[in-house]
Design a binder for this molecule. Structure first.
Ligand SMILES: NC(=O)c1ccc[n+]([C@@H]2O[C@H](COP(=O)([O-])OP(=O)(O)OC[C@H]3O[C@@H](n4cnc5c(N)ncnc54)[C@H](OP(=O)(O)O)[C@@H]3O)[C@@H](O)[C@H]2O)c1
Length: 245
């Protein structure tokens, strides 16, 4: 449970030192790995918010150059390796079963946003994730060892990402949660989310990202900060309740 964030008439007031969306933002270039539905939507909304975007799919830059020009005008089409190199943060928005095709070497030390979901009912089962009781982001973080992994953008549809944006302070502004074992990285991504057009709430460490996964109320709904905080608190309370033997 995160108790250092309070809500007042739809405005998130963050009194923490590490997760403060009102701090001056330091991120300028975002690499988006995955030029599909989510990757394109994140690229467009990030550029609208003033960020520079390097966009990559699985192949050479020229394979997505035309797509980038039409679907994400302003984004620089690159290979994944080049996109990551000059970026402050890296968003991974590829099908989950393909996350291991991303070379983790260039991601070491970088903030890596895991926007992926394990949604077996829609995308099919993945043995590795079925066999592992951890959250999908914890498993992903293992592959990206050395990266500062933040779970974010996973509980909003790609179309809603563009349509639900509102200016800071607007009534009913939708809130998105971030989960990370790295508090400072969570704070950076909270700033990005705020600037894109959503309130940002801290869900806690990666393990708490379970509350954002497919099948949860948070995943299926759309909530303002107060309502989302309430659900995060409920999930945290449930997670800390000892189970009967
Ligand atoms: N759909 C939603 O509303 C939504 C919302 C939140 C989260 N998500 C999650 O976001 C992830 C992506 O979903 P999507 O719907 O955007 O998928 P998508 O439309 O199928 O796009 C996938 C993209 O990933 C690229 N890719 C594959 N391997 C890559 C690699 N090694 N390096 C760089 N790019 C690579 C693909 O490029 P190639 O064509 O070159 O393979 C493609 O551009 C999934 O995990 C999904 O669960 C989806």
């Amino acid at each position: 449970m995160i108790d250092d964030i309070s809500t007042k008439v739809g405005i998130v007031v963050d009194v923490s030192t590490t997760l403060n969306p009102y701090r001056e933002i330091t991120v300028t270039t975002i690499a988006v790995l995955g030029a599909g539905r989510v990757g394109s939507a994140i690229a467009r909304t990030a550029m609208d918010a003033g960020f520079e975007v390097n966009l990559a799919a699985s192949g050479p830059a020229e394979d997505i150059a035309l797509l980038a020009e039409i679907v994400t005008p302003g984004a620089r089409a690159m290979t994944a390796a080049d996109a990551v190199q000059g970026a402050d943060i890296v968003v991974v928005a590829v099908p989950l079963h393909k996350h291991r095709t991303i070379d983790p070497t260039g991601l070491r030390g970088k903030i890596v946003v895991d926007a992926m979901n394990y949604w077996a009912a829609v995308d099919g089962a993945i043995d590795q994730f079925d066999a592992d009781p951890r959250t999908s982001s914890e498993i992903v973080a293992e592959h990206f060892a050395g990266a500062r992994v933040v779970k974010a953008f996973n509980h909003i549809g790609y179309h809603d990402l563009e349509e639900h944006r509102l200016p800071r302070g607007a009534t009913g502004r939708r809130a998105l949660a971030v989960a990370s074992d790295d508090r400072a990285a969570a704070g950076e991504i909270a700033q990005v989310i705020e600037r894109i057009g959503f309130d940002a709430l801290d869900a806690g460490p990666l393990v708490a990202g379970a509350a954002l996964e497919p099948g949860t109320e948070i995943f299926s709904g759309a909530f303002d900060a107060e309502a989302l905080q309430h659900r995060l608190d409920e999930a945290a309370a449930l997670a800390s309740t000892p189970t009967l033997p």
